[in-house]
Each structure stands twice: as C-alpha cells, then as structure tokens.
Write a protein that binds this ligand. Structure first.
Ligand code: NAD
Length: 354
C-alpha cells in the first residue's frame, strides 16, 4: 500500500515521513517542489530506503498529480504542502494564494478523479487528510474560551486567509462530491528540522550566534504550542480512525506568551551551553515593531480528538522544548547548511538541478 504526502520535505512533513517510515511498511510518495522551506537534508537518513519515493514537483501541476495517482494508486493523501510563514504572506501574498488555494484545489480534483475510478470498497477506504492551522479561527481575547471545531473561520492574515480558503474547498469536496476528507487544525508546532525563520528555532540559532533575539511589540501575544512528534501522531490517529467529513482540532494545552517562550529557551541555553562571554542569553532580547494585524491570542480546545479518537500529546512543553533545544545544539551542521544554502547544493548533487 502507498500514501501520497505533499510537502514532505518541510518541517512537519519531514517529521511525519520519518516517523511513518520508521513504524510502517507502506510506501510514501513524497511530492515537494523544494521552496526555500523544503529541505532534503531533513530526509537524508532515508537515502536508499525503497519505501520513500521523492518526487520534485509542484502541487499546482495537474498533469503531474494525475500521473502520480495513476502510477502509485495511493490509498490516502496527507496534504502538508503550503506556504506557511505569516510574515512572508504579509510582504508577498501571491505565492500563498497559488499554493495554498490553487494547489489544494488541483490536488482535490486529482484525488477526486482517482477516487471516482475506484471500486466501492476502495472508495470507502480512501482518505484525503488536509493539514491546517488554528490561525483560520482568527484571534481571541484573554477571556474567550479556546477555539473549538464549531468556531467560524475568521482569518486575519493573508496566510490564515489562504489556509481558511483551502479548508473550505476541502469541506466542499466532501459535501458536493462525497470525497472522504479529514481536516486537522493544529496550533503552533516546534521541534527538530524547523526552518529558522519561525520563533523557536530563530531564537535558538540567533542566541548561539550572539545575535539579537527579536520580540514583536510587547511580546505578550499568546499561542498554544505542540511538539511536532505529537502532531504527527495525531495525524496518524485521524487518518486511521477519523470520520470522513469531520474536522479535528489538535493542540498541546500549552498557552504561552512569546516572551515566556524566549525566556524559557534562554534559560535552557544558559544551562546547556553557557555564554562564553558571561551573562545570560536573555541579555540579547530586543523589542522590535509589532507585525501588522498581529493576532493577540490563539488557544485550542482539543477535547474532541481526545474524546473520539483517544489522542493526547505525549510531551509537555517542558520536555518538548528541552528536546528541541538539545536537537539544535546537536545539529549545528544542519543549521549551518540551511544558512549557507548548502541544501541547494545537495539538491543539485542528487537531482542535477538547483
Ligand atoms: P514548511 O513551510 O516548513 O513546509 C512546507 C513544505 O511544502 C516545503 O517543503 C515546501 O517546499 C513545500 N511546498 C510549498 N509549496 C509547494 C508547492 N507548490 N508544491 C509542492 N510543495 C510545496 O511548513 P510546515 O511548518 O511544515 O507546515 C506544514 C503544514 O502544516 C502547512 O500546511 C501548514 O499550514 C500546517 N501547519 C503548520 C503549523 C506550524 O506551526 N508550523 C501549525 C499548524 C498547521
């Protein structure tokens, strides 16, 4: 059996592919067009593993999608591929519209064409799992209850608007065409292989390099945080036991301000890699102008997935962040290659293109 993963060279997708191939004998066909966020270094341990078929291609390329469905006949699609960085969406929303909306549409259409040709039993077993974000729900005040699956989509950034649009397309393909879809809306992830433009790896990498640790505005924006391995396990659980047409929120019950996150990382680095120059890493904290339209608070009510599918996170924030900081300390070469664009050379060596 085979599953088709999109965006499997990115942060969460590569963690998912590595976890899955370690636990299952199913083949993973991994479609990724290797944007700046796609990094085959993340998958280097899979070199020579016949269970991993990497396809360098674009989600928006419908003929390619049709060929992949015809050739591999996947029993499921797990759709991670997206433009994912809010700041980039503010400065250049076009790619977000193209990949997150048009790309999801093309994938749904290719999946539907494939699914239409299956027999009744295969049709019932097929799954299209769409990986989405809690940011589609908008922002909360400190008094609001956390986001439930019944909350309306009220996105505020070009990124969250494009993800909200893709959620709606996925929902419509179920209600209109009967495609067996599942949607997951997850809170902020952290862990190994996260591109150092996102808060947690950025802080670790900048701290070690003696650079400023930028905090937007007052730093009191609150997010819920989940260790990436827990997110991957939740996706597996939804794939295996979720009800088609349903949406599942995934979260870590770890609401924390950005300032507290940065202070926690500084404290761990002080313990694990004390500054040569003395003093604490918190000395490097620098306040910068807030991001336009910055949502104040996200929080996730993850009781449905716990109640219906029995999933709860294995890591607490304390255990997960310690593992994460340790991983970055143990993998300076991964960070250095990303910073030098070395992984592009890797692509050139392995695929003959830049
Ligand atoms: P990422 O930016 O690290 O990785 C995205 C991957 O998609 C990259 O490998 C990139 O090359 C690939 N990609 C982008 N455009 C493509 C295209 N047109 N065709 C093929 N591949 C393409 O993102 P991530 O943080 O791993 O997020 C993965 C998914 O999870 C996204 O859909 C995101 O919205 C969602 N999500 C992320 C978080 C988080 O905290 N990172 C939280 C909840 C949900």
């Amino acid at each position: 059996m085979t599953v088709l993963v999109t965006g499997g060279a990115g942060f969460i997708g590569s963690n998912f592919v590595l976890d899955r191939l370690a636990r299952s004998s199913e083949t993973v066909v991994n479609l990724d067009n290797l944007t700046y966020a796609g990094n085959l270094d993340n998958l280097a341990s899979l070199q020579g593993n016949p269970g991993h078929v990497f396809v360098h291609g674009d989600l928006c390329d419908r003929p390619l999608l049709d060929r992949l469905f015809a050739q591999h006949r996947p029993r499921a699609v797990i759709h991670f591929a997206a433009e994912s960085h809010v700041d980039r969406s503010i400065h250049g929303p076009e790619d977000f519209i193209q990949t997150n909306i048009v790309g999801t549409f093309r994938l749904l259409e290719a999946a539907r064409a494939h699914w239409d040709g299956l027999d009744a039993r295969q049709k019932a077993d097929f799954r299209f799992l769409h990986v989405s974000t809690d940011e589609v729900y908008g922002t909360l005040t400190p008094q609001d209850p956390p986001f439930a699956e019944t909350n309306p989509h009220l996105p505020n950034s070009p990124y969250s608007a494009s993800k909200a649009a893709s959620d709606h397309l996925v929902r419509a393909w179920h209600h209109t065409y009967g495609l067996p879809v599942l949607t997951t809306n997850c809170s902020n992830n952290y862990g190994p292989y996260q591109f150092p433009e996102k808060l947690i790896p950025l802080v670790i990498v900048n701290a070690l390099a003696g650079k400023p640790l930028p905090i937007y505005g007052d730093g009191l924006q609150v997010r819920d945080w989940l260790y990436v391995g827990d997110h991957c396990q939740a996706i597996e659980r939804v794939l295996e036991a979720g009800t088609p047409g349903e949406t599942y929120n995934i979260g870590g019950w770890n609401e924390m301000s950005n300032l507290r996150i940065v202070a926690t990382i500084c404290g761990l680095l002080d313990e694990l890699r004390p500054r040569a120059s003395g003093g604490g890493y918190a000395d490097q904290i620098t306040y910068v102008a807030d991001r336009p339209g910055h949502d104040r608070r996200y929080a996730i009510d993850a009781r449905k997935i716990q109640r219906e599918l029995g999933w709860t996170p294995a890591e607490t924030f304390e255990t997960g962040i310690r593992k994460t900081v340790a991983w970055y300390l143990q993998h300076p070469e991964w960070v250095a290659r990303i910073q030098q664009g070395g992984y592009r050379d890797w692509i050139q060596r392995h695929y003959g293109e830049a």
